[in-house]
Design a protein around this ligand. Sequence first.
Ligand code: FNR
Length: 364
Amino acid sequence: MSLICVADFEQRAKQQLERTALDFYRNGAGEQVTLGQNREAYKRLRLRPRCLRDVSQLDTSCKILGQQLNWPLGIAPTAMQKLAHPDGELGTARAAGQAGSIFILSTLSTCSIEEVAVAAPETCKWFQLYIYKDRSLTEQLVRRAELAQFKALVLTVDLPINGDRRADARNQFSLPPHLRLANFQDELMQGFVSKLGGSGLNEYVASQFDPSISWQDIKWLQQLTQLPIVLKGILTAEDAQLARNFGCAGIIVSNHGGRQLDTAPATIEALPEIVAAVGKDLLVMLDGGIMQGTDIFKALALGAQTVFIGRPALWGLAANGQRGVEQLLQIMRHDLEITMKLAGCPTLRDIQPSMVVHESSYSQ
Ligand code: FNR
């Protein structure tokens, strides 16, 4: 089968991945309502194209946190990428660099901060942070990201505990013995096995992550580091305003790919209230359910300045390592270009809110 769209890569990955890894990657929380809606909500939005607007020259470039990027799509942090392919995070980070995209490294990666820095020196890299109960350990992660020239900290704020991921519980999800959480030296922290008969990852998160974190900890982090702080997992105007008031550099509108609070809104549904509240003075980004050029276009039209993909990158990696992620990014880039041309938008600035309407406005 030739691979011509993200869904093809997903199909291929489903054939290739071992069941436990596939279940960990593809599933959401609870009844997976939010997981499904992340994609479905895009289908309820219609595009209003404009014509005769000279689309012979296209410019998809953008500047995010001072960094010049080829186009407004980056790679969201996803844990344990060596479950997909031995290239792991090194392959994804290099592919992101090739595409001129941001790469966000997860705290729970199977290649270390330093390994990624050496393997992908040219890539614009951000580090995703979880705050551990052990604050000195957390501080060390921040220092290492700074030293390794990562350009921003992405603090994930929607995971005080793990969501109810039923497949992982059934599979008693554990990290295979040949892999390790590479950012940790302590053997206890390098892996997890199910001891209580459910998901081993759940047990790891419950024992290690600090569920008491609050807005005061944003201040704690700010006095630790000069790096810009981006909050990932914001879904309401209220929290977006707090993020702005606490001096964060940006937010990622995200529901963790439907893996945390089930029946939380699709991210594209949550975006408008957030943009209305803070869009003028805070960098607003989004992830969740992005599969094609029209999805990227709709998120940009509704006010996101860039978007990120989680699972699609994992499907690319599973299909063919670094090369697979490169191919997938090329396909998505091309698809965005087609969309921009057909909608009459030679630059990102031309993508306007009026170009996206809910389907209900056509059915009256
Ligand atoms: C994630 N996500 C995630 N987020 C984060 O902040 N730290 C992490 O370690 C992980 N790990 C992770 C693993 C897997 C397998 C998935 C699917 C997701 C969430 C991720 O960054 C992002 O929010 C979603 O994946 C976006 O949705 P899509 O693109 O997968 O639909």
